[in-house]
Design a protein around this ligand. Structure first.
Ligand SMILES: NC(=O)c1ccc[n+]([C@@H]2O[C@H](COP(=O)([O-])OP(=O)(O)OC[C@H]3O[C@@H](n4cnc5c(N)ncnc54)[C@H](O)[C@@H]3O)[C@@H](O)[C@H]2O)c1
Length: 335
């Protein structure tokens, strides 16, 4: 299908893993990594491909519509996979403004400029816009049930509200302009290349430094964890074979209470590093005041993407979590 791709947010966690995945699987593709390089980015994750003739980096803020237009007109993409976003819920509570500019206005700028490029070129059917979104748009579950593609949107944080809004921008371009679009809504990802601020890197870093490991409330909140490469394969499947105008929920059938996940990380740290206080990193766990509006439980029903696109979560959770712990231990030991 598409041979000239813009991947936005490619210097972030999932975007960098996705670019490495795509370049390996589709060596004939030309990929531009569009990223503003916010505090959350790290281009060194892409050192292995940075000199490839079919890859290049473009430092662009998606809120800058002219810069987006200039890149699209010059590169002439037939596909955009859009991951660039402000992504940290805590930051959206302390400072929501950039979330709405980047996640909503930025998404509008990208799809509108892509629409104009598509119209100029005679509306080629294969031009596709893939919007990477989150399960957080659905709000919070109680003890039972799963998020389905039909679950009504009920975002609770400024982050999830901004992502829900951007999903609706994409929806409107499908219904109004009949553009070829697809949206994936994924659960929490884990794996290498995640920014320090997120839960798993934080636990590992604090543990290594013998600092208190903060856990919100009593750690009762439940998340459905998916290895980042399984998410990348789901994006690959939906981008190439998903039906236009559809959403696909992506999740790991892998629910963990935060406190249980933190205990697991401490156990893996005990095995991989040792040297925890009194022989156990779990002694560093410290409960802190809960985040306002903290959603209790997220859990995805991924049966649509499994049945329609043949995607399967291949993860061996314990093995992939150990790889993840080893990766961060190495990173933080380097300093
Ligand atoms: N991390 C998860 O568990 C998860 C789960 C489901 C969906 N998602 C979605 O996947 C996408 C990627 O998430 P992530 O965890 O890799 O995020 P991240 O914060 O690690 O990376 C985001 C990237 O976007 C870039 N960016 C931010 N603002 C920009 C702007 N104005 N213009 C251009 N680039 C900008 C940053 O520089 C960074 O490189 C996001 O859209 C997020 O909502 C993430």
């Amino acid at each position: 299908m598409s041979k000239r791709l813009i991947v936005t947010g490619g210097a972030g966690f999932i975007g960098s893993n996705l670019i490495l995945h795509l370049m390996k699987r589709y060596p004939e593709y030309h990929i531009v990594n569009l990223d503003k390089l916010t505090y959350a980015s790290d281009l060194s994750f892409l050192d292995a491909v940075k000199d490839s003739p079919n890859y290049r980096f473009a430092q662009i803020d998606i809120v800058d519509r002219k810069a987006v237009r200039d890149l699209i007109q010059e590169f002439k993409p037939d596909g955009i996979i859009h991951l660039a976003a402000e992504s940290h819920v805590d930051n959206s509570i302390s400072g929501p403004e950039p979330f709405f500019y980047t996640n909503v206005i930025g998404t509008f700028n990208l799809i509108e400029e892509f629409r104009q490029h598509w119209v100029t070129n005679g509306k080629p059917e294969q031009y596709r816009f893939h919007h990477v979104s989150t399960d957080e748009v659905y709000g919070s579950l109680g003890d039972e049930g799963f998020f389905m593609e039909t679950t009504p949107y009920a975002p609770n944080s400024p982050y999830s509200a901004s992502k829900a809004s951007s999903d609706f921008v994409i929806r409107s371009y499908f219904h109004t302009y009949h553009m070829n679009v697809v949206v994936t809504n994924c659960s929490n990802n884990y794996g290498p290349h995640q920014h320090d601020e997120k839960l798993i890197p934080t636990v590992i870093r604090k543990a290594l430094n013998h600092n208190k490991i903060p856990v919100y409330g009593k750690g009762e909140n439940i998340r459905d964890w998916l290895f980042v490469l399984d998410h990348c394969r789901a994006i690959d499947a939906a981008f190439h074979t998903g039906k236009s105008g559809e959403h696909y929920n992506v999740g790991g059938h892998n629910e963990w209470k935060n406190i249980d996940l933190v205990h697991l990380l401490c156990r893996l740290m005990n095995e991989e590093v040792g040297n925890g206080p009194d022989g156990d990193y779990a002694n560093l766990i410290s409960f802190v005041t809960d985040r306002p509006g903290h959603d209790l439980r997220y859990a995805i029903d991924p049966s649509k993407i499994e049945a329609e696109l043949g995607w399967q979560n291949t993860q061996d959770f314990m093995a992939d979590m150990r790889i993840t712990v080893q990766w961060y231990v190495k990173r933080y030991h380097k300093g």
